[in-house]
Write a protein that binds this ligand. Sequence first.
Ligand SMILES: Cc1cc2nc3c(=O)[nH]c(=O)nc-3n(C[C@H](O)[C@H](O)[C@H](O)COP(=O)(O)O)c2cc1C
Length: 237
Amino acid sequence: MEERLVLGICSSPRPGANTDIALAAALEAAAEVPGIRTETIYLRDYPDIRPCQGCYACSPPDQSRDSKYACPMHRDDDMNKIYPKLLECSGLILASPVYFGSVTGTMKMFMDRTEPLLRYGAHNYKYGLRHKVGGGIAVGGNRNAGEESTIQTIINYFLIHDMLPVGSGPQRTPGCYIGGGATTWPNDKDSGKNGILKDALGLQSCRNLGRNVAETVIRVGAGPYEVDDFTCLSPLA
Ligand SMILES: Cc1cc2nc3c(=O)[nH]c(=O)nc-3n(C[C@H](O)[C@H](O)[C@H](O)COP(=O)(O)O)c2cc1C
């Protein structure tokens, strides 16, 4: 059986810090599920992700543009290295530090640049994330200081992409119900980059989420659309 990819995307600017640790915990648990392989993208390694210009060149009115480029505006920036992985994956876990109660600017910039993968996109990118499984992780400094709203932002993103967002799985006390939620400062403000290691429950919620994303991928048979799969879909009248 070909293994299905659960892709993790992390938007912490700090290598090896709390959000990296949270995502690694989730992906490690995901990889324990037979039939699943994992990969990680750190957005900080892709410094040339330019902001969406809102030009809609990616979504022509007749939806027929068969383009080599997902985004005709930014043809050669770093998003072009990430789009193929988004098309390839079956599950997607987005992990962000909490910045002012929401995802980081880099994560939002990434999100906006996936407009070409929506229902309006060009032939070869359209429905790029549709019916794939999604999980959200938020790591905050303070407890109850935006972790839930950050995960909710990620869940809304999944819903807009027609994805299948999942929560933290069947364990009786999963640590967080709607994703992976962890906090760092109350545990050890001085440790700065790895206070999360003292948030056992938070890390557990990340593991539960990763496991649940992977199990759901297998259970529903989530995977990439073949280009021809969607040409036969007729929209509801
Ligand atoms: C610009 C900025 C805004 C932040 N806003 C919040 C916030 O609203 N709520 C919160 O709990 N922590 C906030 N934090 C703290 C980070 O979420 C916290 O340090 C987190 O662990 C960082 O993740 P990292 O260690 O992976 O970089 C903020 C940090 C920065 C730099």
